[in-house]
Design a protein around this ligand. Structure first.
Ligand code: CP
Ligand code: NVA
Length: 310
């Protein structure tokens, strides 16, 4: 049966760990994989902008000996000119694998339901699994293993990246404290909290939401933040959001509440002076460029896994 990756927990813990290890291996032996996806074609559907995801998938496919096609659905949105079932049916006849960055998770679910080839979520409103797998590779490289630790997350928690980080921490038995302003539009949705509570049963994970940034930061091994202005948020909301999120900005003072060997992560794009200070993102605890680099290696491992070549 064809497998898809719509959220990180579509893979089991063992599968995630296997993909991460494969990515570490590929990173160390780039030249050993130049024919792994020879003659395979990846179709990349984009409804939202991207730098890292687009470039890392395209370069990754090239380095594996395959080919990637960029297709912008800005001017021809999914399900408008033709239904998503027909789009999925046609793409399944031409390509070997699809990755899609869309606004609504329902569109991605529909695409995957009607596709006979694997579909990878490259960011919707609900998850960013490729990012999170790459992030945990980076954590493994920095900390030596993925044994349970504490992650804290600051800022916009009604957010795709936050949701998949919560899922991954729940699956791995981590403690995670997400700190955000009060208000349904800034906090995780109840469905995610329920999903994560269920995932935590038996793994020992403790995932909590707080409005106290200092409390969340205490004893953290990993501090993570993401944009206050995710793709699609109207520009006229920026001023209000900057004021609301400001108490959750990652500062040096906040980092000092964490463990001495804390690492700072941001999936990027980042804005200095918004979700973190320049001193933090450009400081010695920041690993954001290692994190960005690993997007390249993990995309390859994900594609190999979904194409049964791992
Ligand atoms: N982190 C990430 O997905 O970046 P892009 O939006 O540039 O792809
Ligand atoms: N939350 C961000 C992630 C960008 C990679 C967004 O949706 O824009």
């Amino acid at each position: 049966m064809v497998r898809h990756l719509l959220k990180v927990t579509d893979f089991t813990k063992e599968e995630c760990l296997k993909i991460i290890d494969k990515s570490i291996d590929i990173k160390a032996n780039i030249d050993a994989h130049t024919s792994d996806l020879k003659d395979k074609t990846l179709l990349m559907l984009f409804e939202k902008p991207s730098l890292r995801t687009r470039v890392s998938f395209e370069v990754g496919m090239t380095q594996l000996g395959g080919h990637a096609i960029f297709y912008s659905i800005k001017d021809s949105p999914l399900g408008k000119k033709e239904n998503i079932e027909d789009t999925a049916g046609c793409l399944s006849r031409y390509c070997d694998i699809i990755m899609a960055r869309v606004f609504k998770k329902e569109d991605l679910q529909n695409l995957s339901t009607h596709s006979t080839i694997p579909v990878i979520n490259a960011l919707d409103d609900f998850a960013h699994p490729c990012q999170i797998l790459g992030d945990f590779q980076t954590i493994k490289e920095k900390k030596g293993d993925l044994n349970p630790r504490k992650m804290s997350y600051f800022g916009d928690c009604h957010n795709n990246v936050t949701y998949d980080l919560m899922r991954m921490c729940a699956m791995l038995g981590w403690e995670m404290s997400v700190a955000c302003p009060e208000g349904a539009e800034y906090e995780p949705e109840q469905t995610i909290l329920d999903e994560v509570a269920k995932l935590s049963e038996g793994t020992g994970a403790k995932i909590s939401v707080t409005h106290d940034a200092q409390e969340a930061a205490k004893d953290s091994d990993v501090i993570y933040t993401d944009s206050w202005m995710s793709y699609g948020i109207p520009e006229d909301e920026e001023k209000k959001r900057v004021e609301i999120f400001n108490p959750y900005q990652v500062t040096t003072e906040l980092l000092n509440l964490a463990k001495p060997d804390v690492i700072f992560m941001n999936c990027l794009p980042a804005k200095r002076g918004y979700e973190q200070t320049a001193e933090v993102i450009d400081g010695d605890k920041s690993i954001v460029f290692d994190e960005a680099e690993n997007r390249l290696h993990i995309q390859k491992a994900i594609m190999l896994f979904l194409l049964d070549k791992l």
